[in-house]
Unconditional design. Sequence first.
Lengths: 202, 140
Amino acid sequence: MSSANVTTVTPDASDRAVGRALQRAREDAELGQPEAAKLIDRTRVTLSRYENGAPVPDDILLTLVAEYERLGAEIPEILQQLRDDVSHVSSPEGPRYSMRDTGKVLQVRERANSPEWSPNPALKGQIPKRAYDAALGYLRRLEAAGVDRDHIEEAERLMIDRRYAKANRREKRELSEEDWMLLVDDTWDAIREALSWQGVKV
Amino acid sequence: MGIFMYDRSAVRANSIPIFRRRMSEQHPELAGVVDYDGFLAMAARDRIHVRVVPLPARQLARTFVVGAHRFIRLNRSLPLEERTRHAMHELCHVWRDHVIEGAYYSDELTGGQRCEFADIFAWSVTTEPMQASLQLDLDF
């Protein structure tokens, strides 16, 4: 099994609550979003997304909580609980899992410290393989065009991450592979269009 | 307000007629029955990029954000009247529900309070009889 380079991705059951708690803690630490974003080497936009309910990688969560606490902020209980849960991962014995109250086990490879983008393995099984491979191809094109990591990750979430879709969590039926291909291709068209407005050709 | 053109606290009324009245200050098309051209005009005014595209059969419309750009996609298979209604559903999400990331979509199983509001709003602005019946001033 892999070494200490293991990080888990927080499930989305209370992402909004986590986001609000992060915002409260940041404000209690008397930090603006730009300053706090620098603590985790991310953009203000990314931090804003986290505070508005985007799933927060555990390493980011740990860093923010530690920094806010260091600055004297009161840490909301939900963040304390998550910190305790996540801390199992950093044990020197190298556990590869983080157990959640639901019993769900998530294991992904750590990507956090690299400035280079790499595919998020947690997203790999979310859509059919053909659609996933197509999305990956598009993301590689973004990488080759020099698009920064944050924006590639955003594109990755849009194309692949089901949790990024806000509406209708009641839908249990699976979309077909062909349906996913339509969505991936359509999202890619929009991404390419948005980039072209900024003078980036992919 | 960044990507927003409207103060959320001002527009996020829980009453559909009040929400509609507030939005009509910027979008006069809402004063009457909205047709597809009216929707396009409102979307253009708010710099939302609209395309009619092939989508999965049960995804009637979707809204998503790329960077600072917002996109509404409408299912090519929809007849015009339905297309307008689902378009207005998505526009309601953009105006009211803090769409700055991720994807929203309208399909045959839309659920949750936000989608219910958007559904009724879309019906109310695209259907003449519904406009009259909204004297009821439904609250959420």
